[in-house]
Design a protein around this ligand. Sequence first.
Ligand code: SF4
Ligand code: SF4
Length: 281
Amino acid sequence: MKITIASGKGGTGKTMVAANLAYVLSQHERVSLVDCDADEPDLHLYFPGEPRCVPVKTGIPKIDTHACDLCGECGTFCRYGALTVLKDRVLFFSEMCHSCGGCTIVCSRHAISEEEHAIGSVEIRTISDTLTLYSGIMDPGQVLAPNIIRAAKEEAASALMICDAAPGIACPVIEASADADFILLVTEPTPFGVANLSQMAELTRMLKIPAAVVINRSFGDDELVHAFCRDADLPVWLTIPFSREFAAVQNAGGLISRAFPEWEKAFLDLYAGICSRGDAS
Ligand code: SF4
Ligand code: SF4
């Protein structure tokens, strides 16, 4: 079972939900928790520890200047602007290359081969016998977050995987979500929060993956979210109130499910709902 925790914007509490769900479920079975926010991973703030690092590399073009006749085909082909063919040489901008391999194929002179290029790493932390955290981390200046996320998910071994997606709806979120069995959408009960929730709801529909909503920082008047969810046929399965006590626990790197026993049950109930809806779909 793969569960992705997502939200249309940052700061909704998505990572907090992922951390609590993973911690609670790890009391009962093995869990792989995957931080898919390769630009700014932060799940390790809940689960600190010395990591083991696995480098992530990808193939980039290497041009044989003796074989190249400066025909220009590779520059015309590369839609990412990573290759520019001048009168006397080919310029390659590695930070713009998406490692599609197309230039190698279109070069009729066979002047392009591939060489390995480091783009980031996966940090692996063993939190307990039943919980392991895999954090994808992209090197500064790189653009291939989906490759890092794929590598982090490949390292994760447990049958139960919880992925904390990056905020937004761009390619890294799709990479974290496309193979999920269920997507939990975390939102704040504000007009801005609902606007971003609607984008994520549309994405889950396009991916044809069942989803449910978690409302975070509720002041008790969440009709805006409930009205949207009724229209979108999305169930709201958990509402986490705004609470100074919760904020104090989290600011100290703690988990509300560990600090408050009733919240352990709340996250277990959330998982029971995911299992029933995931199996039904
Ligand atoms: S396609 Fe090949 S031969 Fe043509 S400019 Fe590019 S590297 Fe050179
Ligand atoms: S591998 Fe793809 S993205 Fe990279 S330079 Fe070649 S054509 Fe462009």
